[in-house]
Every structure is written in structure tokens, then in C-alpha cells.
Write a protein of this length. Structure first.
Length: 129
């Protein structure tokens, strides 16, 4: 499994691309593979405030609905409407076109609780054993 090294990862299978005081969030390739064909995505609206580890939306696939948990707290400043209209984008391109939302980071210290690509791969491997 290839993971972008520049991203950070949460134990709930979300990735974060830090861009100054903002963070772009999405689900990992591993998560979208486990879910299968994604049929619906619910996301918060611009201006919503998220706390780290709060549920902020859902991903629906086959006969399952997975909660999305904020890897970092902040205010939602952008939502990817394209993935709401065409959720299969997340299956096709989870790290680029399939991003979910952008938050204005409220506490940069929370980033220290996230994993590097190598640490995330270790976690995924342990869970599959």
C-alpha cells in the first residue's frame, strides 16, 4: 500500500494535509477499499465547528454506514461538494479529487497526536493480523 509521506493519518483512517493554518481532510485508500463502493457522503457545512475526535459526517457503502471522526479540531471553511454529488470520486482518487473538507486548525498541538505514513501502515498491518 502506497501512502503519501507528506500527509498525517488518524487511527480512524482519515488523512490530513496541513497547509499553514488549514487542514485538508479525506479518508485513506485503505478505508475506501474496506468500505467498497461508496454510495453517499454526509459532511458538515461551512462555518461548523469541529472538536478533535468528534463525529462530523458519514460515508455510506454497500450495507454499512461509517462515521467520520475529526482528526483535528477547527472551523469548516470549505466542503468538497463534488464528493457529495459523486461519492465514487473517493473510491477513484482518495488523496486528491476525493478530499472531503478543509478546516481552519484551532490547535496545532493536536497534530502531534496523528501518525506518519509509516506508523499508519504499521497500525493497518497489526489490525489485519
Amino acid at each position: 500500500m502506497d501512502l503519501p509521506d507528506e500527509l498525517l493519518y488518524s487511527k480512524e483512517h482519515l488523512w490530513i494535509r496541513v497547509e499553514g493554518d488549514r487542514a485538508v481532510l479525506g479518508i485513506t485508500d485503505h478505508a475506501q477499499e474496506e468500505l467498497g463502493n461508496i454510495s453517499a457522503i454526509e459532511l458538515p457545512t461551512i462555518g461548523d465547528e469541529l472538536d478533535q475526535d468528534d463525529s462530523f459526517g458519514t460515508v455510506e457503502a454497500r450495507k454499512t454506514i461509517a462515521e467520520l471522526y475529526a482528526p483535528v479540531g477547527g472551523v469548516v471553511v470549505e466542503v468538497n461538494g463534488e464528493v457529495i454529488d459523486s461519492p465514487e470520486i473517493v473510491n477513484d482518487d482518495p488523496y486528491d479529487a476525493g478530499w472531503l473538507l478543509v478546516v481552519e486548525i484551532s490547535d496545532h498541538e493536536e497534530l502531534k497526536l496523528l501518525m506518519s505514513a509509516d506508523d499508519y501502515l504499521d497500525q493497518v498491518s497489526e489490525n489485519e493480523e
